[in-house]
Ligand binder design. Structure first.
Ligand SMILES: [Fe+2]
Ligand SMILES: [Fe+2]
Length: 291
């Protein structure tokens, strides 16, 4: 089975004045005044869709941040752009902190309104099974939260513990929006951007380390690969943003990954990088570029 992994596409639509309130106003200021708008481009996002479709994966996994400010306009735009990519094969999707940016978005469950076919519904974590591969999808994003940090509540951790104990598939992906570890294997920080109780999340995952094939995440837009210390260690994989503007002189390029799983083992990792016109295999192999 080949599993494509995309993350942090960040479809951006300029908000109306009416939408510029509370946290979104800060987001708008950050995105437009500080120039972040130019960090993500439609050209690259469209190339990402084309490239993922060309790979014909068996499953597509997305670790969130489809939008920038979780407005209706952005979800509609993101749906128009991304629906063909998600619909071409079974797909699994979790929100990122930018998809639950304000309380309104969470209350209206915007991501489930537009992408519910792939998020599923009900309590988190959510289990998706495709073939002999399980996808355990965790959501620790908070809305109306001034920081970009997340938190896993006790109920979700209890359900996660039980789900991992009961899953029977020989290969399990755990999907998290946030990194657990930084690129050198250190606990991920700063505290304004991480899961505030990441050690508790890790403790649950570590209890089932032998069952987890890999942890997939995004949030950090320069991709990296590391591992969670456990017995055995668990690979942690972040392709990097799939919608990043092409600014190679600043070290910014969009990426996505394709993982091959055979007989309960990951046998290959391919990482594709935007090359100015489309996506091609990263020169030197996955993460050889360093970010
Ligand atoms: Fe992001
Ligand atoms: Fe994020």
């Amino acid at each position: 089975m080949r599993v494509a992994h995309v993350t942090d596409i960040h479809v951006l639509v300029a908000p109306s004045f009416g939408e510029c309130f509370n946290k979104r106003a800060l987001g708008a200021a950050n995105l437009f005044l500080a120039g972040r708008k130019s960090h993500f481009t439609r050209e690259v996002q469209e190339a990402l869709v084309t490239a993922v479709l060309a790979q014909e994966p068996d499953v597509l996994a997305c670790t969130g941040d489809l939008t920038a400010m979780a407005t209706d306009a952005e979800f509609e735009e993101a749906h128009g752009l991304l629906e063909p990519m998600f619909a071409a094969q079974p797909s699994v999707l979790i929100p990122g902190n930018h998809d639950t940016y304000v309380r309104q978005a969470e209350l209206e469950r915007s991501i489930e309104k537009w992408f519910g076919s792939w998020t599923g519904e009900g309590d988190w974590p959510r289990l998706h099974v495709h073939g002999d591969v399980a996808f355990v999808c965790v959501d620790v994003c908070r809305s109306a939260w001034i920081l970009s940090s997340g938190s896993a509540d006790t109920d979700q951790l209890t359900r996660l513990d039980r789900m991992l104990a009961e899953v029977t598939q020989p290969f399990v992906f755990v999907l998290l929006h946030y990194p657990l570890r930084g690129r050198d294997g250190e606990p991920y920080g700063p505290w304004t951007r991480n899961i505030e109780n990441a050690p508790e999340v890790e403790a649950v995952l570590a209890r089932h380390a032998g069952r987890i094939g890999a942890i997939l995440h995004g949030h950090e837009h320069h991709g990296f690969r590391t591992q969670m210390p456990a017995e055995p260690p668990v690979p942690i994989l972040n392709p990097g943003s799939g919608g990043y503007a092409d600014l190679p002189d600043k070290g910014r390029r969009a990426h996505f990954c394709v993982y091959t799983v055979e007989d309960g083992r990951m046998t290959d990792i391919e990482r594709f990088a935007y090359d100015g016109t489309g996506f091609s295999p990263e020169p030197g192999g996955p993460w050889a570029s360093g970010g």
